[in-house]
Ligand binder design. Structure first.
Ligand SMILES: *Cc1c(COP(=O)(O)O)cnc(C)c1O
Length: 392
């Protein structure tokens, strides 16, 4: 049943959808996809950083922010980094990914996922996504591993390339949790570590457990467009104390503690989050429950509206609670999607298609991929809707 009485969507119908979106956002002239909101102690904490001169990568806000995120996600350890991509790079490195290895991930993701894999000298392998979660499909993963790999000296070797598969990186797309329990079970059978790219999923849960805490390591991003921002920032989540120590050491130029000498015991990175960024994060986290509630309320409005049209609204998967970071609809075809996209952007409503698939980018087009049927189909039909927090 549709309230518009036509199944063949026309420009007029799109205009109705666009009016609805404009109405939600109080008819602002331009409605962005996702903008940050500062409504708490952000300025106060920033001023404190400047007043005390602690603006750089040492300071109480960095420690506080790590504690707050560790408590919020119930992750044993949380190590703050300059951005989500560097968190992912470090996570892969401490998980043991080295040059010549292969890392399984999804083609529908932000380029940061595959860049981080490349920084380690490894190559991504693209496996299909699930229609329900929009993230890595457990059954496609199992199919790939059972058909194409063999165990040699406890390592999982790709029979086609002869390379070691040294990590699996599922991504919680737009905040919707993947079937993480099933993925972890499969990874254990094959002895491959799991690193969750939970960059978009702060405040998302699978069976009541925060995502990013199921795998050996998880990462979060606090980029300006994410659900909580520090300007730029990231976080490594893990439960193994040795990995946590290693992550912090490598993120701080592998500097050895000493009263005055500059000693570094390996090649490290300058990936530590500055105090001013963490200060913003601390203030943002004080309002996280409001932010999450507003995202959920917005999702309900969209769901209710689109349920009366022939457009599918993507709901949180079974067993999962999504942060609804970016609300997503599924159009019947690519041409309808693109028509709606054009129409909306002309009228100042920022709709966006998903990222160009990773296997279509020059850098990754030669990487192995296996039957990406859902990935290809969904990438043509997905449309992200304006999803900023709003307390109006
Ligand atoms: C945002 C994001 C990252 C990390 O991005 P940064 O901008 O480096 O913080 C990684 N993966 C995904 C899927 C993302 O959306």
């Amino acid at each position: 049943m549709t309230i518009f009485g036509d199944t063949n969507l026309t420009s007029t119908t799109y205009k109705k959808h666009i009016s609805f979106i404009k109405e939600i956002f109080n008819d602002q002239a331009f409605i962005p996809l996702h903008e940050p909101k500062f409504r708490g102690n952000e300025k106060r904490y920033l001023e404190d950083c400047i007043d005390t001169s602690y603006v750089s990568s040492v300071g109480k806000y960095v420690d506080n922010f790590e504690d707050i995120v560790s408590e919020f996600t119930n992750s044993k350890f949380a190590i703050a980094t300059v951005n989500g991509t560097s968190a992912l790079h470090l996570a892969l490195e401490i998980a043991g990914v080295v040059e010549g290895d292969e890392v399984i991930t999804q083609a529908m993701t932000f380029v940061g996922t595959c860049n981080a894999i490349s920084y380690c000298g490894a190559k991504p392998i693209f496996i299909d996504i699930s229609k329900e979660t929009l993230g890595l499909s457990a059954s496609a993963l199992e199919e790939f591993l059972s058909k194409n790999t063999k165990k040699v000296n406890g390592e999982c070797i790709n029979k086609i390339s002869g390379s070691k598969i040294s990590a699996i990186v599922p991504m919680h797309t737009f905040g919707h949790p993947v079937e993480i329990s099933a993925i972890i079970e499969i990874s254990k059978l094959y002895g491959i570590p799991v690193i969750e790219d939970a960059a978009e999923a702060l405040g998302s849960y699978y069976k009541k457990q925060h995502v990013g805490t199921f795998g050996d390591i998880g990462i979060l991003s606090f980029n300006g467009n994410k659900i909580v921002t520090t300007g730029g920032g990231g976080m490594i989540l893990c439960k193994d104390p040795a990995l946590a120590v290693k992550a912090k050491h490598l993120s701080t130029t592998a500097k050895v503690k000493h009263d005055y000498l500059f000693l570094h015991d390996e090649i490290g990175y300058n990936y530590r989050m500055p105090n001013i960024n963490a200060a913003i994060g601390c203030a943002q986290m004080e309002n996280i429950s409001n932010t999450l509630n507003e995202h959920k309320e917005l999702a309900i409005k969209y769901e209710d509206y689109f349920s009366r049209t022939n457009i599918t609204f993507i709901k949180q998967p079974t067993n999962a609670e999504s942060n609804y970071w970016l609300n997503t609809i599924l159009m019947d075809s690519e041409s309808e999607r693109d028509l709606f996209l054009n129409e909306a952007n002309k009228l100042g409503v920022m709709l966006r298609p998903p990222w160009t698939l990773m296997n279509k980018l020059d850098m990754f087009k030669d990487c192995y991929d296996l039957n990406l049927e859902n990935t290809i189909n969904l990438s043509k039909r997905i449309l992200n809707l304006p999803s900023s927090s709003s307390d109006t």
